[in-house]
Design a protein around this ligand. Structure first.
Ligand code: NAP
Length: 366
């Protein structure tokens, strides 16, 4: 693991939003990263962070004192941001074109961007990281730096939060060659940057449509499971499994649940699946990265688990909780999986990616 003297200075662009607030909270007293800068839209700029998020702090834990006192910058002040920090996390609600322009501009100012946004996700030379699954994809950063003309700047992304429930569960089963996956996701309101209080239509209701989510859920796993060899200029998507996703918004504050059925080319036994889930110790756990949950996958034997209210905080909100593994009369096996969408699915997953990238030597002091 690469040693860096002192903590890296970090900023958050989009610090006032749902994911930004999680990042603020996770970076308070982080052992490797020192939160120096918060930026958001012009509406929040110039105010102390505490005032900028007044009435919309959505977490159950208090706002960290030091962050509360930081003055929020306008995210358009790119050079000021680049001068102040070694890298940034980015979680903004902007049209894709503007998000990509913002992220590439920061990268070109030699400021690596660990992004929670989807704008750059499907670019072949931008690694879409779940650190437990594809840490080697970071190798494509060299090709990306050539495209951007940078020495140290680059962008990494995390995948859509909905697939972070079932892609981790399927990964240790890849040797059995899953050929078809049918997944129905039950997604929390915080996934839309909202709370139950500011989305009255969600009260006692479900909405069977989340724009763009099903397409992302069907494509992104193939990039995560894709191939990369040193010297490649892009990630080559995996060819299977074929995935069918239906994504439904449900009246839950945090925690996305998925009901998943899978067909394998080589059907595993129940005890093999449970053993692989239990014994899997991915790279971030072996490297003892500060935000890596131990274990990553937790299997609950009870018939009525996992539940968002009871299980989303497992492993500090970074573990994926599985249950109800049983034979499927149409495909081979079915199960239920759960992950915390703003922690594992967004802010926590991004902090873990940054830890991995620092350990791999991609993030360092300017
Ligand atoms: P959100 O709560 O709506 O927050 C949006 C953030 O973007 C705020 O800080 C906002 O600042 C900032 N912003 C808006 N316009 C801006 C501009 N013109 N320039 C700079 N900053 C601007 O959204 P969110 O839920 O945190 O999501 C942020 C990103 O993370 C999105 O790309 C989303 O798809 C992704 N994501 C979200 C989740 C989730 O569970 N929520 C999960 C995975 C990924 P102001 O407060 O000043 O307006």
């Amino acid at each position: 693991m690469k040693e860096t003297k002192g903590k890296l200075r970090v900023g958050i662009v989009g610090a006032t939003g749902m994911v930004g607030q999680r990042l603020v909270s996770l970076l308070d007293a982080h052992p490797w990263f020192d939160l120096r800068l918060l930026a958001a839209s012009r509406n929040s700029a110039g105010k102390p962070y505490r005032e900028a998020v007044k009435g919309r702090w959505a977490l159950g834990t208090p706002m960290p004192e030091t962050a509360g006192r930081l003055k929020v910058l306008d995210a358009a002040e790119l050079e000021t941001i680049a001068d102040a920090v070694d890298f940034v996390f980015c979680a903004v609600s902007l049209p894709k074109k503007e998000t990509r322009a913002l992220e590439e501009a920061l990268a070109r100012l030699e400021t690596p961007v660990i992004s929670c946004n989807s704008a750059c996700r499907m670019l072949p030379d931008v690694p879409m990281l779940i650190p437990e699954i594809n840490p080697g994809h970071a190798g494509v950063i060299e090709a990306q730096r050539k495209r951007l003309g940078t020495r140290r700047g680059f962008i990494t992304v995390k995948p859509n939060c909905s697939i972070q429930t079932y892609v981790p569960a399927l990964t240790p089963l890849l040797p059995y060659r899953p050929s078809a996956v049918v997944a129905c996701t039950y997604q929390a309101v915080s996934g839309a940057g909202k709370t139950m209080a500011d989305w009255p239509e969600m009260e006692r209701n479900v909405i069977p449509f989340i724009a763009g989510e099903e397409e992302k859920s069907e494509r992104e796993p193939l990039k995560i499971w894709g191939g990369f060899r040193e010297g490649d200029t892009g990630i080559r998507d995996a060819e299977q499994p074929l995935i069918s996703a239906q994504c439904v918004r449900v009246p839950v504050d945090d925690g996305h649940l998925a009901a998943v059925s899978v067909r394998f080319e080589d059907k595993p036994k129940r005890e093999d699946i449970l053993r692989l889930w239990r014994e899997w110790e991915p790279a971030p756990q072996r490297m003892k990265l500060p935000s890596a949950p131990r274990p990553f996958l937790v299997y609950r034997e009870e018939d009525d688990r996992p539940q968002p209210a009871l299980d989303r905080d497992a492993g500090g909100g970074m573990a994926v909780v599985l249950g109800r593994l049983r034979e499927d009369p149409v495909l081979d096996w079915r199960f239920v999986s759960l992950s915390h969408n703003t922690l594992r699915g967004a802010a926590g997953g991004s902090v873990l990616s940054a830890e991995l990238l620092q350990a791999q030597g991609y993030l360092e002091r300017k």
